[in-house]
Design a binder for this molecule. Structure first.
Ligand code: ZN
Length: 136
């Protein structure tokens, strides 16, 4: 007697997130991060240390990000600039990239331009230059 393979039904299927739900998820994640960095001062409390800085003594491109966010969330723009000016300047671009990732079907040309090879090369070059400059 031959038995046919039975299809196993998953208990529940995860539906793909709609752009609206992705956007709401993004807002929730940003809100949680904002509350954490507004309440916790990374300079005073235990927060994850940078592995690159711990091992090499050099600052990576992201060093000072937590203190920068904390300063920024307290309206201290000068302090935010002091801790990581490159990240401070890049924040609008980073937010735009995340939002564009969610709404890529609505803005396909902008998405393609932002994630194009020349654009990625410019961003990587900027990160490398920033890493060198901040360690001079
Ligand atoms: Zn670092």
């Amino acid at each position: 007697m031959e038995t046919r393979p039975q299809k196993v039904k998953p208990h529940h299927k995860l539906r793909p997130l709609t752009p609206r739900r992705k956007f709401l998820l993004l807002i929730a994640v940003v809100a949680v991060i904002a509350v954490i960095y507004a309440v916790v001062d990374p300079a005073e409390r235990f927060m994850p240390k940078c592995l690159v800085h711990e091992l090499t003594g050099y600052q990576c491109p992201g060093c000072g990000s937590q203190r920068m966010l904390h300063a920024l969330l307290h309206g201290d723009l000068q302090g935010a600039w002091h801790f990581n000016p490159a990240l401070l300047v890049s924040l609008p671009l980073i937010l735009a990239m995340v939002v564009l990732e969610i709404y890529r079907s609505r803005f396909p040309r902008l998405y393609a331009a932002l994630y194009s090879l020349p654009s990625v090369i410019v961003m990587l070059t900027a990160i490398i230059v920033w890493t060198i400059v901040r360690n001079l």
